[in-house]
Design a binder for this molecule. Structure first.
Ligand code: DGL
Length: 279
């Protein structure tokens, strides 16, 4: 069973793509709705909450957990991989969403961590993410190490996760997105070559981003890129492949009724949250 973790419901965008790409695998999703959003929390809290969530998924039988949450991946993944996992679950693995996206943006495999002068030269990419992901600088740092001539411009989008999780209507959400896009376009001064929605919630309102961005700007699809990367990882690490039947189970640390009620942007079949007690 493969575990998928997100601070809330946004990771369902990743889960759907994983399920489609790996239809024989069983998935267990955990949304930490009780403690979301993570984008406003401090680093220690994000590390502690992410650790607890991964521990729940591993205790439930997941030997591999994907941190679908960009904020958790940017802030907590390295610490958990280096300090906690080798002691708590030495046989298991945690993967994040940052690595595949950095590889996609730079065209440089993660393992080749050295400057590639030609990688992304002359390209500008706009990154929309939570304030915490932007402050962590993780995307910028990892891109710069591999593609020093690629310009990655970040835009924090405060309030957007809350609006999506809270089921705000199309109009307020479009208003927020139009504002963020206008600000980053003014900063860049021209249409960026590409844009990355670096928060799991944002693909739920992808069409609104698409309308707000210049037509010439390519939009990276994080869910598909992460799913392709996981399929590739499993091909190289068959020890994490389990024979499954393609079941998907959704758990929340919050109250399922509240989560479902707020799930206006979620695909209906992905809105069957159960409480942790049902494990
Ligand atoms: N799911 C998180 C991400 O991808 C954002 C939501 C939050 O702030 O909790 O960054």
């Amino acid at each position: 069973m493969i575990g998928v973790f997100d601070s809330g419901s946004g990771g369902i965008t990743i889960l759907e793509a994983l399920h489609k790409r790996l239809p024989d695998q069983d998935f267990l999703y955990l949304g930490d709705h009780r403690n979301a959003p993570y984008g406003h929390r401090n680093n220690d809290q994000i590390v502690a909450l992410t650790k607890d969530a991964v521990d729940i998924l591993m205790k439930a039988g997941c030997s591999l957990v994907v941190l679908a949450c960009n904020t958790a991946a940017a802030v907590a993944l390295r610490t958990l991989q280096q300090e906690w996992l080798p002691v708590a679950w030495p046989e298991n693995r945690i993967l994040g969403v940052l690595v595949p996206m950095v590889e996609a943006m730079t065209g440089v495999p993660w393992s080749q961590e050295k400057p590639h002068a030609e990688a992304g030269e002359g390209r500008t990419i706009a990154l929309f993410a939570t304030r915490k992901t932007v402050e962590s600088g993780a995307y910028v740092e990892e891109v710069r190490k591999r593609a020093p001539h690629l310009k990655l411009v970040q835009k924090a989008c405060p309030g957007l996760v809350d609006a999506i999780e809270g089921g705000a209507g199309n109009r307020p959400i479009a208003g927020l997105i139009d504002g963020f896009v206008a600000e980053i376009l003014e900063e860049i001064g021209t249409a960026p070559d590409a844009a990355l929605l670096g928060c799991t919630h944002f693909p739920l309102v992808k069409s609104t981003f698409r309308s707000a961005l210049p037509a010439a700007t390519e939009l990276y699809s994080q869910p598909e890129i992460v799913a392709a990367s996981l399929a590739d990882y499993l091909a190289r690490h068959p020890e994490y492949i389990r024979s499954g039947t393609g079941t998907v189970r959704l758990l929340t640390t919050g109250r399922p009724a509240d989560v479902i009620a707020a799930g206006a942007y979620l695909p209906a079949r992905m809105n069957r949250f159960e409480s942790l007690d049902s494990l």
